[in-house]
Design a protein around this ligand. Structure first.
Ligand code: MTE
Length: 377
């Protein structure tokens, strides 16, 4: 649990009473609701309690009557389906997958400190959480519908309503069929052993382990199998990566790369930035993750990246879970910049220079995370 910094948040921004969230939950935006608990609190255990789990919404939070809810599966399938929640539970196996969910905007505030990212939320390192998701494999539902040859993508539509540029539409997105038919992708109805809460997509959401959070569509009521990606705004414009030189004024939306798999990332959760800690043994803790392969090493530096010390990695029970780590440093009084870097089993690591990660939408900041602390005698 936090030892510094948590008392700094103005009380009026705390999420007391917001959907049963913990009082440490900070509302970054009230409407649509967006917020999370400080990263310091997230590394207390492998599973992120639901009352600490970040919430990322682009529109309304619909109250869907679970008894009336229907999921349609259409498009390039031999047998279009309309499934109630009892149908899903009866006709398909129920599985549980522990997986980390990371918003593409996680750690955007650091990019914003470099150059402005207008119109986007200034997430620190809290837009991430690790949960046990229970539901039915999407692959089984697609197999029942019978995907026809030539299909390449599965698109999801949610029951919420987004208002953008004077238009109203639902949130949606898609993933390649190769991922949609992988065993880890779920249509989930439980989170950490409890029925999914309203703000996390009740009664049914998609969970795409290893992909940016935006593809895990909440309140899902429609799956469309197609030979092309979703035409929803959140697939064709938002959640695309552009080089650092592109700005909102110069962007050619069609040229961006649709985001999918999350790159290797790591953050120092404790101590918090600007913390003051006593001299001597300082335990640094945080999380690391990669959508491509397990994290194999995490290293910490107390001198801005000249010398590195290996961190201990906590054992994980799922290849899709995040990796919590800690490292004990021995620090004399003074000012320090702590830095972390992680590597996954495919050898991928993180850029050193934040300028390389900068993009005008502020997505996928995986540059080495830096935290400034003061050590006092
Ligand atoms: N699904 C719908 N229908 N509407 C949304 O606004 N936000 C997406 C995704 N699914 C969103 C959605 C984004 S950007 C993220 S990061 C995750 O949900 C966040 O999930 P959570 O709020 O359960 O943490």
């Amino acid at each position: 649990m936090p030892r510094q910094g948590d008392g700094d948040t103005p009380v009026e921004l705390r999420g007391v009473g917001v959907f049963g969230k913990h009082q440490a939950f900070v509302v970054k935006e009230a409407n649509p609701l967006n917020g999370g608990a400080p990263a310091q609190r997230l590394v207390a255990g492998a599973l992120t309690p639901v009352d600490h789990f970040f919430v990322r919404n682009h529109g309304s939070i619909p109250r869907i009557d679970a008894a009336a809810h229907r999921l349609s599966v259409t498009g390039m399938v031999q047998r279009p389906l309309t499934l109630s929640l009892p149908d899903l539970r009866r006709q398909f196996p129920t599985v549980t997958v522990e997986a980390v969910l990371e918003c593409a905007g996680n750690r955007r505030s650091e990019l914003m400190a470099l150059r402005p990212v207008p119109g986007e939320l200034p997430w620190d390192a809290e837009a991430v959480g690790n949960a046990e998701w229970t539901g039915v494999p999407l692959a089984a539902v697609l197999a029942a519908a019978g995907v026809v040859p030539g299909a390449l993508h599965a698109a999801f539509n949610g029951g919420d309503e987004v208002t953008k540029d004077g238009r109203r539409f639902g949130f949606g997105g898609s993933i390649p069929l190769a991922k949609a038919t992988a065993p880890e992708v779920l249509l989930a109805f439980d989170m950490n052993g409890e029925p999914l809460r309203l703000e996390h997509g009740a009664p049914l959401r998609v969970v795409v382990p290893g992909y940016i959070g935006a593809r895990s569509v909440k309140w899902v009521d429609e799956i469309v199998v197609s030979d092309r990606p979703s035409e929803n705004y959140f697939q064709t414009k938002a959640y695309k990566m552009f080089p650092p030189a592109v700005t909102a004024a110069t962007v050619d939306w069609a040229s961006g790369k649709m985001l999918g798999e999350i790159p290797v990332n790591a953050a120092i959760a404790d101590p918090a930035d600007h913390a003051v800690v006593p001299a001597g043994r300082c335990v640094v803790r945080g999380y690391a993750l990669s959508g491509a392969a397990p994290i194999v090493t995490v290293e910490v530096s107390a001198d801005g990246g000249r010398r590195w010390q290996p961190a201990s990695l906590q054992p994980r029970s799922s290849p899709w879970a995040w990796c919590l780590w800690d490292a004990a440093l021995d620090l004399a009084p003074g000012a320090y910049e702590l830095t972390v870097r992680a590597r996954d089993a495919r050898g991928a690591t993180q850029p050193d220079d934040m300028a390389e990660a900068w993009n005008f939408k502020g997505y996928l900041n995986n540059a080495r995370h830096r935290v400034r602390i003061t050590v006092q005698s």
